[in-house]
Design a protein around this ligand. Structure first.
Ligand code: GRG
Length: 274
């Protein structure tokens, strides 16, 4: 009864959670970044206040509720540990991209500077780790490993920047690491903390990973087709930065006038690769 069938219009692709669960997620997000240092708390809260869909904790609570489980406060905290990793990765990503808008507001690096953004990102990872550790060694180990997968996915993308002969395998490996793995982990942590059996936990992990793959492919299509206003950040960013995502690779592979035009539009990828 917690799942809406409106997969087309919901940003959650059909997932939904109760207002009460959403309120508990918000409260736990804000509680996680409280420190005696008001300056650090302000910087670490910046993108939390700005918005965001909180997809990872929503996925954890939905995973817990499947098969009659309960979205306990610990399940919410497990989901929030994933969302804090996501947030920390966005702080670092915006530094790497020199981005100035995210979630419709100024990025942390634009507002305070790169050093502050890196440190606040590290702080978010620290708070994520602390919460995961309070949920047991299995959750802590899994979250730690997932942070590594994010880095692996991101570096695979970096390795193939301005590479018009990038393979689709490289694309899929990259999005599996940088996006899907954290969704898989969010679903798995929901299942672990709710006490589901091993088969259910494995099935939830597979679902989370598949959900994340679809999510990133749609995100990459939107980067090529939506407006800045719709995205809350500059559109077409990947192409400008030489990140050739699936829609670009598929267009290039067509070998038609459209692909020749795209190749020209991509600027000087060969120069940039040297
Ligand atoms: C420091 C953990 C860490 C990682 C370093 C920077 C990096 C390696 C990885 C970043 C990977 C990255 C930016 C992946 C894309 C993530 C993504 C799917 C963003 C959009 O997520 P939404 O739509 O965003 O859930 P909101 O704003 O709704 O939270």
């Amino acid at each position: 009864e917690n799942v809406t069938s409106n997969a087309q219009t919901s940003p959650l692709f059909g997932m939904s959670t109760s207002d009460d669960d959403r309120k508990r997620i918000e409260a736990a997000m804000h509680a996680a970044v409280v420190t005696p240092d008001a300056y650090l708390t302000e910087i670490a809260s910046h993108l939390i206040v700005a918005g965001g869909k909180r997809l990872r904790p929503v996925l954890s609570t939905v995973a817990a509720q499947i098969a009659g489980g309960d979205a306990s406060d610990d399940v919410v905290r497990g989901g929030v540990s994933c969302e804090l990793v996501h947030l920390g990765s966005l702080y670092h990503d915006d530094v790497m991209d020199e981005a100035d808008t995210r979630r419709g507001v100024e990025t942390v690096n634009a507002k305070w500077g790169n050093l502050q953004a890196i440190l606040a990102g590290d702080f978010l990872l620290s708070r994520a780790s602390e919460i995961a550790a309070s949920l047991g060694t299995e959750v802590a180990g899994l979250l730690a490993r997932t942070i590594g997968w994010l880095c692996e996915g991101q570096i695979e993308e970096l390795r193939h920047t301005y590479d018009t002969s990038r393979t689709e395998d490289s694309y899929y490996a990259s999005i599996h690491g940088k996006t899907a793995s954290l969704y898989g982990t969010a679903a798995r942590i929901g299942g672990i903390v709710a006490g589901h059996d091993q088969a259910t936990i494995d099935a939830l992990t597979e679902y989370g990973n598949a959900y994340g793959m679809v999510f990133q492919i749609v995100d990459d299509i939107l980067d090529a087709t939506a407006t800045d206003e719709e995205l809350g950040k500059p559109a077409g960013h990947d192409m400008v930065e030489g990140v050739y995502t699936l829609p670009v690779l598929r267009t290039l592979a067509l070998d038609t006038p459209a692909s020749a035009e795209l190749l020209e539009l991509l600027g000087a990828p060969l120069d940039a690769a040297q």
